[in-house]
Design a protein around this ligand. Structure first.
Ligand SMILES: [Ca+2]
Length: 90
């Protein structure tokens, strides 16, 4: 659990070249490199752009750490829903 939290933080820090968040290309690279298995549509540039715009609630063009946590929360939620579905089916 501690390792997972560290990974969430260091992935963000390593992926963002500026301290105020992930720019468009930073975000795209991070998603494609780190989330290709858990997320659908990571090959689609327009899907990634839509995703980034959806996360960028203050619309400054960058995904801040706070905004990035929304993505992590969303992915964790959909993963748990998938697992719950698997258990129910088994
Ligand atoms: Ca933002």
């Amino acid at each position: 659990m501690e390792e997972a939290i560290k990974t969430v933080v260091t992935t963000f820090l390593k992926s963002s070249r500026s301290s105020d968040g992930l720019g468009k290309n930073d975000f795209k690279k991070m998603v494609q490199k780190q989330l290709g298995n858990i997320m659908a549509d990571t090959d689609s540039s327009s899907a990634i752009k839509d995703m980034q715009q959806g996360l960028d609630t203050d619309q400054d063009g960058k995904v801040s750490f706070q905004e990035y946590l929304q993505l992590i929360g969303h992915l964790a939620k959909s993963l748990s829903q998938r697992k719950t579905g698997e258990n129910a089916a088994a």
